[in-house]
Design a binder for this molecule. Sequence first.
Ligand SMILES: OC[C@@H]1[C@@H](O)[C@H](O)[C@@H](O)c2nc(CNc3ccccc3)cn21
Length: 447
Amino acid sequence: MSQAFEFPQGFLWGSATSAYQIEGSPLVDGAGPSIWHRFVRTPGMVHDGDTGDVACDHYRRYKDDVRLMRELGLKAYRFSVAWARILPEGKGRVNPGGLDFYDRLVDTLLENGIEPLLTLYHWDLPAALDDRGGWLNPDIAHWFAEYASVMYRRFDGRVKKWATLNEPWVVTDGGYLHGALAPGHRNRFEAPIATHHLLRAHGAAVQAYRAEGKHAIGLVVNLEPKYAASDSAEDRAAVRRADAYMNRQYLDPVFFGRYPDELEEIFGEAWPQWPAEDFELIRQPIDYVGFNYYTRSVTRHDEQAWPLKAAPVKQHATYTETGWEVFPQGLTDTLVWLRDRYGNPPVYITENGSAFYDPPVADGDTLDDPLRVDYLRKHLRAIHAAICMGCDVRGYMAWSLLDNLEWSLGFSKRFGIVHVDFQTQKRTPKRSARLYSRIVGSNGRAL
Ligand SMILES: OC[C@@H]1[C@@H](O)[C@H](O)[C@@H](O)c2nc(CNc3ccccc3)cn21
């Protein structure tokens, strides 16, 4: 093993999942339905009519899955809580059965020496709140803070790293602008409203944490660096719009208390003006940035591309099954960008991974996934390069521990370092899991 890629002492190595994608049992023990429980039943919205009714059956198999993490030597586990298990109507009545499940999960993680990183919201809004307007209703900031406070009181201390939202950009772009994700709206006037209410809810939950919690809380964002397809003024302007829309739309309000100017240019009449006090709520200081990295975009001007007037340009490169270019340099570049734009905040890579076709499980105990092995190795080396450039990266959560429900793509795309046979629920570590285990055990020296 070489010292070349040794990570800082205490670097936190783990894996990540989300509730709706792995748990199954969506309505047991008093849980209420989420918008995804509804969305998967909308004909044509999810590949093959796949649902999260069973998924990885993690709700029942969580002890085995924690044992698997321990056998791989993982130090941390990022998971999300299904809001509707805790508050079946989204607000008001607390469901003891929901709290008890996450008690069992957190305690089992701690008993196995694995640190829990808890995400309060990973897209599965209680359906009862969607019936009241969901992220379009300004009251959702209070509803979210109420839910967060229930969780802080029960888990803070055992949970020392909290995240409010997973990827508000995807919630808005997928759920309210393009309609590919729950709740499936397609409305350019709704998107900026959902964005603003997500940010207010984030701020309200951080404010509640400062009153009740004693550890760390952050926001998880997906960041995708944009590179101009040419040096033309048009393409460079398209990059500025795309970068503002995906990368600065959420972090600028949190760090600077204002939206990027390009957003009004993009949304025009659909861009509201918001009161100054909202930004005081949104810009509550956070303890870290959760950064989900998958790919980059080479971007050109495209007059027809609504609403950004920007479009990606395909590269001569390796692409994953989800159509994302494999570009590890983009991870280094974005970490340096975070360092320089936002004052080098502590960063956890809260998701990074790849979906490639996995050959059928071979006999024996390991499935070969050479493309995912290559992706993992190159992206960890990219993080190491950023750390050597002074970026304050504190940990890495591989997406994902298990093959799981890839939202509208159903079970057709496999991101797991552990293969799941969805007929038998058998787990089989892939070669990427074996490599990751060696990397974790050597703090990077096995890279
Ligand atoms: O697609 C893989 C994962 C997904 O399973 C996670 O639940 C979610 O947090 C997640 N976010 C991204 C990156 N962002 C993104 C960009 C465009 C469309 C959908 C997601 C990838 N992933």
